[in-house]
Design a protein around this ligand. Sequence first.
Ligand code: NMX
Ligand code: MLT
Length: 437
Amino acid sequence: MDYIKEKLLKKGDQERQIVKKLAKEYGDLQLDTVSMSQVLTGMKGVTSLLTVTSKLDPENGIRFRGYSIPELQEKLPKLNPEGEPLPEGLFYLMLLDELPSIEDVQYLTNEWTKRNKVPGHVFDVINALPPTSKPMTQFSAGIMAMATESLFQKAYREGVPKDEYWVTTYEDVMNLIAQLPTIAAYIYRRNFHGGDIIPPDPKLDWAANFAHMMGYDSEEVYRLFRMYLFLHADHEGGNVSAHTTHLVSSALSNPFYAYAAGMTGLAGPLHGYANQEVIRWIKGMLDEIGPCGCADEEKEKIANYVKNYIAEGKVIPGFGHAVLRVTDPRYTAQKKFAEKYIKDDHLIDVVNCMYEVVPPVLQSLGKVKNPWPNVDAYSGSLLTHYGIDEYFFYTVMFGVSRALGVLAQLVWDRIYALPIERPKSQTLQWFKDQAGI
Ligand code: NMX
Ligand code: MLT
């Protein structure tokens, strides 16, 4: 057994007992109340999930196992003291609740390199889709096709005891994370570079290898990918991709099914699709108003464009959030990255200008709970700066990253032996009866 599994076994035994005790001895404890408006506006703020990997505070943003983004940028192992932490380190932290050493991170890099060979039929499934199909369609289909390899599914059919489900879940999770960059890069090269596929380089870390397989081999892009894959990795349990993955796997569907389902949720325009939509939206605006700086008359042009867009019943991608009530710290981290490494970039200037223009317009509507930018407002402009301007692909990159958090959590779902998730629904008559109307 590898040492990560040994640690999980030890920690998992203790925590499983705690979860069992809480459910049994404290089962009647009231944790929250639910209002009519919460049920009818997407269950916002209703505590109903157990997620250990990260926690989101509306005012302070995400903390991964208690650590903020700036703290982790300092504390997680890096290859170069000036660079960005390796996402492997964040996975280790989320999975084990321990800050990793550089050796721990290297262990994961090596494991993922060993496990990164994608079965041939996965590419056949992707190739069966027309190249015009959306990258996220290809990505989720590819992940579904990987389910043939599920060790969890096999073990379940063979009747392994429930307390051991997590062992093969961990194996599936490690294989899935190892292979996602290869699948994503394959889709990228198939769609945008005539199918000229680049094999992985065993000397590179997980993020750099992804950049390499996409065709970008510079320290600058490696650094950007390490940051990108770190920042998008997790956002507690209630976001659509995390919650879907958790829900589907609660039926003991294998991790490949569960993650493919999560990815179909990530593909929605109110969730991860915004990652790509921001750049399409800005380009559309610039086509209409022309190249612009951030002088007063240019800000006015942007504001008018924003207002007209909203008047058509559409949302401004990259702004707003279901939980956050401040500028997303993931946005701030990317802005700092741009300030440190990038000079004179028109698209980034426009993104910075939007920060001044969009929130007051959204505030003026009187209904938007959070007018501030989210993670998606910045990422596309950084990728575009380094030449990765095929914005239709960005949500796939988000999907590679999101695996780190939600799949670490999935291992814990099985360690805790969480049961099938099955909330109660009611009819409209029932809601009317409650209101007495
Ligand atoms: N532009 C225009 N209107 C907005 C925006 C926005 N960016 N954000 C919220 N609103 C509207 C929203 O559509 C709703 O209108 P109505 O009552 O007419 O249906 C109203 O404001 C209240 O919505 P909120 O309660 O503030 O937001 P909610 O929690 O429902 O939704 C988002 C959160 C993130 C879905 C929403 O802010 C949005 O659509 N943002 C743009 C899309 C986006 O950037 N999504 C990415 C989120 C992060 N991620 O990566 O997943
Ligand atoms: C995410 O990263 O999942 C998004 O910010 C959406 C969310 O947290 O609801």
